[in-house]
Ligand binder design. Structure first.
Ligand code: 13P
Ligand code: SF4
Length: 332
């Protein structure tokens, strides 16, 4: 006899609670998510869709419906290699656009058009043309947190996982690095190359301060501090480790320490609490308002109605793909 809807929802809620128990979710809370995750997971199969989710997404997305969870770099590689017909991107717009650039034959959907990024919005293709005119012949390395048009004006893209490697791989002794002003400063401290930067900032990483880190160190002696490359150099100077979100994950996995301060968007701490229940993550919470625009309801609507489809004009896509392929080639 087929099991009824009530039993299915109850079993799904138990599955969710099992996956999120280290985050303190009650069965009642999971019962609210269960009808949506059940429907999404069924529709995903019917549509031959894959859900790619960035580590900063909500727990019910990460543990309820995502097929792949990762950092910007891992998500790009996954988008390039997937066999699914549809990619539903639980992340921000530039990430969905990157997936479309690398996987042009697939339908790419972003559940909310409000999922932008303060860094991506800080610079236009026209600005890049201006910088190239001011520094003729200097290669342009662009952080993936940018629009397809900006990527198309670049020699190579990078993520926080490979920025230094990409800069070092460029010819010559100078590089134009866009658009994150703090990341450019942090990279200047690691390379001999002259870096011409831009003034973009991440609204999340801009909020953390050196004093905050020192306060946590005083309150929790022995705590390991891991900071994202988008933080200010004041924060970086007092950190034990600096890198992208996946680098942080790998550091924690290999570390014998128990307490960690993870100086990045607070969704990452939820992911880490779930993956490493034996460790403690003591961290101030700064949420990305753009990442949090994605929720179970709009993912369901996206799968049902096929909105919002992400497209990139072919001339721009081809040039942007060259810059992204260069990153993937250097990152190998
Ligand atoms: P990662 O490249 O580490 O995934 O970070 C992306 C991002 O948006 C950081 O704010
Ligand atoms: Fe952009 Fe910062 Fe949000 Fe990442 S955390 S998507 S860089 S605003």
């Amino acid at each position: 006899m087929a099991i009824g809807v009530t039993e299915q929802i109850s079993a799904e809620a138990k599955r969710l609670q099992g996956a999120m128990s280290s985050l303190g979710y009650s069965l009642n809370e999971c019962l609210l998510f269960a009808p949506l995750t059940l429907r999404i997971n069924t529709l995903k199969k019917e549509r031959n869709a894959v859900i790619l989710a960035h580590s900063y997404q909500r727990p019910e997305i990460l543990f309820g419906i995502a097929d792949f969870v990762g950092d910007s770099y891992g998500l790009s590689v996954e988008a390039k290699s997937t066999n699914a017909s549809v990619i539903v991107f639980c992340g921000v717009h530039f990430m969905a656009e990157t997936a479309k650039i690398l996987s042009p034959g697939r339908k790419v959907l972003i559940p909310s058009l409000e999922a932008g990024c303060s860094l991506a919005e800080s610079i236009t293709a026209q600005d890049v043309k201006g910088l190239k005119a001011a520094h003729p012949g200097v290669p342009v390395v662009t952080y993936v947190n940018t629009s397809a048009e900006v990527k198309s004006e670049s020699d190579a893209c990078c993520t926080s996982a490979n920025a230094l490697k990409v800069i070092e791989a460029m010819p010559g002794s100078e590089v134009i690095f866009l658009p994150d002003v703090f990341m450019a400063q942090n990279l200047r401290n690691q390379t001999k190359k002259k870096i011409h930067g831009w003034n973009g900032k991440c609204v999340v990483h801009d909020t953390f301060t050196r004093e905050q880190v020192l306060e946590y160190r005083r309150a929790y002696p022995g705590i390991k501090v891991l900071s994202h490359l988008e933080c200010t150099s004041g924060v970086i100077e007092v950190s034990d480790f600096v890198g992208g979100t996946n680098d942080m994950y790998n550091y924690i996995k290999a570390s014998g320490a128990k307490d960690f301060m993870v100086v990045t968007e607070c969704g990452m701490s939820d992911l880490l609490r779930q993956r490493f229940p034996e460790k403690r993550f003591i961290t101030p919470c700064s949420m990305c308002p753009y990442m949090k625009k994605i929720n179970l309801q709009n993912v369901l609507e996206s799968l049902e109605s096929g909105r919002f489809e992400v497209n990139v004009p072919e001339g721009i896509r081809e040039k942007a793909q060259r810059a992204l392929d260069k990153m993937i080639e250097i990152g190998k």
